[in-house]
Write a new protein. Structure first.
Length: 290
């Protein structure tokens, strides 16, 4: 009897957890922690960083739930998202809307009260651009990736602002690195799921570009611009000379993967570019710390 009674509660908990897009939220928290650690020269106040990460987790989770609420009809049309709580009918739209607003509101309040106004402002802008700008643009223009990279990079400034209380040039340099890194990363994903995105009515560049040439050019341009940009933290005195060497090596590696995708737009080259992006970012941030 007890097990039977607990089953619905467990199912609801899993569904609510899925609404927060755990993998995306984990990436956001990684970026927040990196921004905070770099802003404090690797020694942030533990409680302050905890509050920054927790508050951002709530905002990111709430934003993801609101994104699913707005895209529930499109999610029902795509194979990779048809099993989500809303299109599958396990949760009602009103429940998801309430959950998203509550979670995001709690996160912004925590950031404002326990960290700094700068961190709360960066989180609010992240939420607004992700839910209010990027989400609707996905159905209107194939350039939505360039807009969506903004809320993906802003968490660096949440962490930075939580520690320093302001947005400094070195923090913006980290923002630029994360912004440019996302372009090849998300174009590789958009290529691999191009048919699914078209079924959902999303205007992702690989699905609306007949041969993928434009997607290849954008991925290559993003990786090419990322290479010199990745040297900015060292140029601004945030890191040492070793990060210059690492930035050149990692940037060259990433550029080669993007170049291969630009020359031949295939699932194989897109998958190698995606894997290369997932290797690049943690290694690059590790070199900044070291």
């Amino acid at each position: 009897m007890k097990a039977a009674a607990l089953a619905p509660a467990r199912s609801l908990a899993f569904d609510l957890f899925e609404l927060t897009k755990p993998r995306l939220t984990l990436f956001v928290l990684f970026v927040v922690a990196a921004g905070g650690a770099l802003a404090s020269a690797g020694s942030p106040a533990p409680l302050l960083l905890f509050h920054a990460v927790l508050g951002t987790a709530l905002v990111a989770g709430g934003g993801s739930a609101l994104n699913m609420y707005l895209e529930r009809d499109a999610d029902a049309l795509m194979r990779r998202t048809a099993g989500r709580p809303l299109p599958s009918g396990r949760l009602a739209p009103r429940e998801v809307l309430l959950f998203g607003v509550t979670l995001a509101g709690a996160g912004l309040t925590l950031l404002l009260l326990a960290t700094t106004f700068a961190a709360a402002l960066a989180a609010a802008v992240t939420l607004a651009t992700y839910v209010g700008v990027y989400t609707p643009l996905k159905r209107r223009t194939a350039l939505n990736t360039l807009v969506g990279a903004v809320p993906g990079a802003l968490p660096a400034l949440i962490g930075w602002g939580a520690v320093t209380g302001r947005f400094e040039p070195a923090g913006w340099a980290l923002f630029l690195v994360l912004y440019l890194w996302q372009i090849p990363h998300f174009l590789a994903i958009a290529w691999l799921y191009r048919d699914d995105y078209q079924r959902g009515g999303f205007r992702m560049l690989p699905g609306w570009d007949s041969d993928g040439a434009a997607a290849g050019r954008q991925a290559l341009l993003g990786a090419a611009t990322l290479l010199p940009t990745s040297l900015l933290p060292a140029a601004l005195g945030l890191t040492g000379r070793a990060s210059l060497v690492a930035g050149l090596l990692l940037g060259g590696f990433f550029l080669l993967r993007a170049g291969a995708f630009a020359r031949a737009r295939t699932d194989a080259t897109a998958r190698r570019l995606l894997r290369g992006s997932l290797l690049y970012l943690p290694l690059y941030l590790a070199t900044l710390f070291l």
